[in-house]
Design a protein around this ligand. Structure first.
Ligand SMILES: O=C(O)CNC(=O)[C@H](CS)NC(=O)CCC(=O)C(=O)O
Length: 277
């Protein structure tokens, strides 16, 4: 059996504190031979100023403390760690990518994905205007990674509103799609769960969504509600408030039987098919 887990956090701008919290929560995870653990967006730094995040990214380009800390945790608990996101500095532009890093159980960086859709959005909350692109550069490639017995597809937060990415990941073979997030309280309440269920149902994949939760140091409020959803769209495990962990089993039979019963990939008129004569 392959275990899927998500960790819900309420991250601060203190990297060491966040690492300690993640460690404490990882120690509470159930044991599994094969285990995929997902952390939220901005797991090691959240709720500071955008400028402070850029400074951290810049500093990390020399120290590499962010990836080192996460790699150690993956190794310590021998899990595939989908480390939500960290800022990755781009010197030429003095900006960073919002990057999801995947570590193996031996602590090796397997792959990374730079968030493709940036949250330049007006929200009716205390923040009012989110302009992620001011300090963040958007990624240009969708990323999947085949592990021993399943294929992972990567996405981050606002990406969730772009079904084309999820369809693309699925056509590349994704069976489990991870969604680290820091959804706003306002948009999360209105849209988070239905969007996640739609992505799971239309692509017939497992969704593992790990959210930031609560009121952060800069007053920003995030929605939480980390969930694991199966290819039928059922919520298998959920944590609404606070910090904590959730887990569920990945079952290939469920995935295959849903895809057999409702063969949307074959019926789809908008996916380019290779015509056989
Ligand atoms: O800026 C940072 O420090 C970290 N990044 C985030 O919190 C990002 C960009 S501001 N948040 C989202 O994408 C929320 C999406 C969302 O809430 C929605 O789609 O409704």
């Amino acid at each position: 059996m392959i275990k899927l887990s998500a960790i819900q956090l309420s991250s601060s701008p203190n990297v060491q504190d966040n690492l300690a919290t993640i460690e404490r929560l990882m120690s509470q995870l159930p044991f599994a031979e094969q285990h995929i653990v997902v952390l939220p967006e901005c797991c090691l730094f959240f709720g500071g100023t955008d400028r402070a995040q850029l400074d951290l990214a810049k500093q990390d380009a020399t120290t590499n403390e962010l990836k080192t800390g996460l790699s150690k945790l993956a190794k310590q608990y021998n899990v595939t760690l989908v480390a939500g996101s960290i800022p990755q500095y781009i010197e030429q532009q003095d900006k960073f990518y919002n990057t999801c890093c995947v570590f193996s159980g031996s602590g090796e960086l397997l792959t990374q994905y730079h968030k493709m859709h940036l949250f330049d959005v007006d929200v009716n909350d205390s923040e009012k205007q989110y302009r992620e692109s001011r300090y963040t550069e958007k990624g240009t490639s969708a990323i999947t990674k085949t592990l021993d017995s399943l294929t992972l597809g990567l996405s981050i937060c606002y990406d969730l509103r772009f079904p084309e990415l999820y369809r693309h990941l699925t056509t590349l073979g994704a069976q489990v799609i991870t969604v680290p997030a820091a959804f706003t309280k306002v948009t999360g309440k209105a849209h988070w769960l239905p969007l996640l269920q739609a992505r799971a149902i239309e692509n017939q994949v497992y969704i593992v969504a790990a959210g930031q939760y609560g009121v952060h140091d800069n007053g920003r409020e995030t929605w939480g509600q980390s969930v694991i959803i199966n290819p039928w769209g059922e919520v298998l495990s959920e944590i609404t408030q606070g910090v904590g962990t959730i887990s569920a089993d990945f079952d290939l039979d469920t995935l295959q039987s849903v895809r057999q019963a409702i063969p949307v990939a074959q019926h789809n008129q908008f996916i380019t098919k290779i015509k056989t004569l």
